[in-house]
Design a protein around this ligand. Structure first.
Ligand SMILES: NC(=O)c1ccc[n+]([C@@H]2O[C@H](COP(=O)([O-])OP(=O)(O)OC[C@H]3O[C@@H](n4cnc5c(N)ncnc54)[C@H](O)[C@@H]3O)[C@@H](O)[C@H]2O)c1
Length: 257
């Protein structure tokens, strides 16, 4: 069973920056054909340029995961350009937000959180399923978070959304083979606090929380986007073909259960 991702067609949502961009660049560097599905056009195109500049294969499609029509177009364009969809990485999320108590979360922000982080995943999965069914195989990787396992204060809507992603993964792992009769696997990854621009901005004024977080980890250093790409690479490859409904925690040993 190969751990290679060469020639795999992989859609990465929210690949314009941060961890999604690291997934896109790593997979393309290993020979995958990457669809950069991102709401911010400049950011998405920048990721494509970084990949193609190094001889990799990628294209950008403006995608708003809250808008099912753009998700459908994302899947259609992936198939018309590369002829398949081997894997979907549901990474796009509303993440870089102000921390505040449950009383201060605006109603609109709660709804936007659920729309992007939860409904967005449902949309993208519905969009790729016809092609994965036709292929008889597909891999879906949902990005949850260590906060779904450990909790964190002052981000209630975000934590709730990532808990939903964690649980949806298990339900989808059961349901998709039943409705498609195809070998479609659904797994999630739970990163710990990872140093992207979004988390750096969020932690301004909360520097002590960074030290507390690192103290909780077995490995006493900051987690970086590159720390996550190995697990995702494995989940995209054929080596994980019989693994589904699982969650891989990559957090330096902060959540140990
Ligand atoms: N950074 C961390 O500490 C951390 C920890 C655990 C989990 N995560 C998760 O990892 C993922 C990436 O985190 P990050 O730190 O790189 O965040 P980020 O904010 O840097 O990246 C999110 C990307 O998603 C895109 N996006 C937002 N809304 C979208 C929409 N409606 N449609 C399409 N794209 C959209 C953004 O433009 C951005 O490029 C997220 O799912 C996040 O919840 C992050």
């Amino acid at each position: 069973m190969s751990v290679s991702v060469k020639d795999k067609v992989v859609i990465v949502t929210g690949a314009g920056r941060g961890i999604g961009r690291a997934y896109a660049e790593e997979l393309a560097g290993e020979g995958a054909k990457v669809v950069v599905a991102e709401i911010v056009e400049n950011a998405g195109k920048d990721t494509v340029q970084a990949i193609t500049g190094k001889g990799g294969e990628a294209f950008f499609i403006r995608t708003d995961v809250t808008d099912f029509e753009t998700c459908k177009k994302m899947a259609e364009d992936a198939v018309s350009k590369y002829g398949a969809i081997d894997a979907l990485i549901n990474n796009a999320a509303l993440y870089g937000i102000d921390t505040r108590s449950l009383f201060q979360i605006p109603d609109e922000e709660w709804d936007r959180m659920m729309n992007i982080n939860v409904k967005g995943i449902w949309h993208c999965i519905k969009a790729v399923l016809p092609q994965m069914t036709k292929q008889g195989k597909g891999k879906i990787i949902n990005v949850s978070s260590g906060v779904a396992l450990r909790g964190v204060p002052f981000l209630l809507h975000y934590v709730a959304s990532k808990g939903a992603v964690y649980s949806m993964t298990k339900a989808l792992a059961m349901e998709l083979p039943l409705i498609t009769k195809a070998n479609i696997t659904v797994n999630s990854i739970c990163p710990g606090l990872t140093f992207t621009q979004a988390s750096i901005d969020m932690m301004v004024g909360h520097e002590k929380a960074i030290d507390v977080n690192i103290a909780d980890q077995c490995l006493k250093r900051k987690e970086m986007p590159d720390d996550l790409v190995g697990a995702v690479h494995f989940l995209v490859s054929d080596a994980s073909d019989f693994m589904t409904g699982a969650s891989i925690v990559v957090d330096g040993g902060a959540a140990r259960y």
